[in-house]
Design a protein around this ligand. Sequence first.
Ligand code: FMN
Length: 171
Amino acid sequence: MENNLILYYSRKGENYWNGEIRNLEKGNTRIAAEFIRNAVGGDLFEIETVREYPADYHACADLAKRELHDDVRPVLKNYLDNIDEYENIFVCGPCWWGTFPMAVFSQLERLDFTGKKVMALMTNEGSGLGFCEKDLRKACKRAVFGNALAVHGAETADSESLIAEWAKSEV
Ligand SMILES: Cc1cc2nc3c(=O)[nH]c(=O)nc-3n(C[C@H](O)[C@H](O)[C@H](O)COP(=O)(O)O)c2cc1C
């Protein structure tokens, strides 16, 4: 039970929601990450940037696009340096222009994934998993990969059984 780690990035504030802009008090991916923990146990680790992203959706989208283009690694508030005690690592984040926010890679690239099982969960508004699996394979060298799960962001709160079944089948 305790050998599961759930790494996640999630941003509250304005977001795209079934074709309109909504203010989210709790990010979709955070809700999903908590469902994983409820289902299989383990530790949650939130990836947080020192520089906050704008709450305004369009300003955030512009900044995220520039960061992806420039392949930046935003500085994080805290880094996890060691995952020796874990066997299964869930990497959870929103789809930002087809992949995880760059901050997720700021964290992943510091870790030794040798022999770990890695599963991606991506919340999104239509792009599904985008190209996150390809990027995850680059960032988590020598890991073994489980099945990834795409969750429609606007439906995350109603997707506990979907997420729980998937998580249980992967550990
Ligand atoms: C900067 C930014 C870029 C986004 N890009 C995409 C995208 O390329 N494809 C997509 O389906 N959804 C995109 N979305 C929508 C988010 O992936 C979706 O709302 C997600 O569930 C948000 O998760 P969070 O609340 O945990 O941050 C984007 C949202 C933001 C803020």
